[in-house]
Design a protein around this ligand. Structure first.
Ligand SMILES: Cc1ncc(COP(=O)(O)O)c(C=O)c1O
Length: 374
């Protein structure tokens, strides 16, 4: 397999720790180890006493039990812990795809969802989200994309980078189609729990169908990407076993301190997710005002979930815009090409407490640009 450079990750490697104002982060506000341990009496002592041996390959039973409690019809044995969501994507594709298989992928997207399949030698069709449809996927389009060789449908809701959330009806029709045609549904649900209207929350795909795998992670909703703890949940035991075989060649097992810290966090999952949603809500109010004032320069579809949106620059080259912005103001936005977008979109992240300060800088940059063109 020949993996292409991961353009988004290379972009972050270059800018994330240099740019003063990160306005395209895909995660929510993080916390320190001390803050996390303070959530629970005894957690600090447990971390201090932890022995740093190998951990259990599928994930410790107690961590898998804590993950299973996020679902209603999933048990600890239906869970495989991975090193971030990224390892789960890689492992799933290695486990189930072969050269010549066909895969349908929700696009634009976080690129490993498409590039790992391509690098295995799969043919990929895009199930394209279009801005003019509010980033909705067209359920009628999906059957036209399916071929006899289709092995998997890759869906990401809530969606990175648009903040789109599928309707329950469309989610069910996707699951039905996958089941009827004997196709696996890889459902990337890393933003689940960040719906702006809680009533919009979709059920996890893994609970609805044995053909489905749900992807979860500590990175986004819980703001703990430094733990590098992700997981898949599925009632398809054979598939989970095949993924476990691949995992023996990637990380073998997760980091012991991370497993312990993730477990502490998950015992307070609702409290941490609520904190993330509060930051998102407050930042969304500022963005509503910003996009109203800047309607002549940028347009956006207000996202329905998650800490990210995919606005469009109405005139000019979006890559040059993002480059000038980071060079002159230290504000980092991610041009849409990093997600396979051919339009003039950019990803804007609003899950962090630093967003208001970054937005002020973006506002100033836009004023300065207007004056210089005056
Ligand atoms: C939709 C989606 N899936 C998976 C990942 C990978 O997550 P992690 O960094 O936790 O491995 C990301 C990261 O940005 C993502 O946005």
């Amino acid at each position: 397999m020949q993996l292409p450079p991961f353009a988004l990750e290379r972009f972050f490697a270059r800018h994330e720790f240099q740019a003063k104002y990160l306005l395209c982060a895909s995660d929510c506000e993080s916390m320190s180890v001390d803050e996390l341990l303070a959530l629970e009496p005894g957690a600090s002592a447990a971390l201090g006493a932890l022995r740093l041996g190998y951990t259990e390959s599928p994930g410790s039973p107690s961590l898998r039990a804590a993950i299973a409690r996020l679902y209603s019809a999933i048990g600890p044995d239906d869970v495989l812990v991975t090193s971030g969501a990224e390892e789960a994507i890689f492992t799933f594709m290695q486990a189930v795809l072969a050269p010549g298989d066909h895969v349908v992928v929700h696009q634009p997207c976080y690129r490993s969802l498409v590039d790992v399949a391509r690098s295995i030698g799969c043919e990929v069709s895009s199930w394209q989200a279009r801005e003019e449809n509010g980033w909705e996927l067209d359920p009628d389009e999906l059957p036209t994309l399916i071929r006899p060789s289709t092995r998997a449908i890759v869906l990401n809701v809530p969606h990175n980078p648009t903040g789109y959330l599928m309707s329950l009806e469309a989610f069910h029709s996707t699951q039905r189609l996958a089941e009827e045609r004997g196709i696996l549904l890889f459902s990337d649900e890393v933003y689940r729990g960040l719906e702006h209207a809680p009533a919009d929350r979709l059920p996890p795909a893994c609970e609805e169908s044995e053909s489905a795998v749900s992807l979860g992670v500590m990175s986004k909703t819980y703001g703990l990407p430094g733990l590098r703890i992700g997981w898949v949940a599925t009632r398809n035991a054979a598939l989970k076993a095949r993924m476990a075989v691949v995992k023996d060649y990637t990380t073998i097992c997760a980091s012991a301190p991370s497993e312990l810290l993730a477990e502490v966090a998950l015992r307070h999952a609702e409290e941490i997710a609520r904190r993330s949603r509060q930051i998102i809500d407050s930042n969304l109010g500022l963005l509503d005002d910003f996009f109203t004032r800047r309607a002549g320069i940028v347009s956006w579809r207000r996202p329905k979930a998650g800490p990210i949106a995919f606005p469009r620059l109405l005139a000019g080259d979006v890559e040059a815009f993002c480059r000038d912005l980071v060079q002159s103001s230290g504000v980092l936005l991610a041009p849409g090409g990093l997600f396979g977008d051919a339009g003039s979109h950019f990803r804007l992240g609003f899950g962090r407490k630093s967003m208001p300060a970054a937005l002020v800088k973006l506002d100033e940059f836009m004023d300065a640009r207007r004056e210089s063109r005056g």
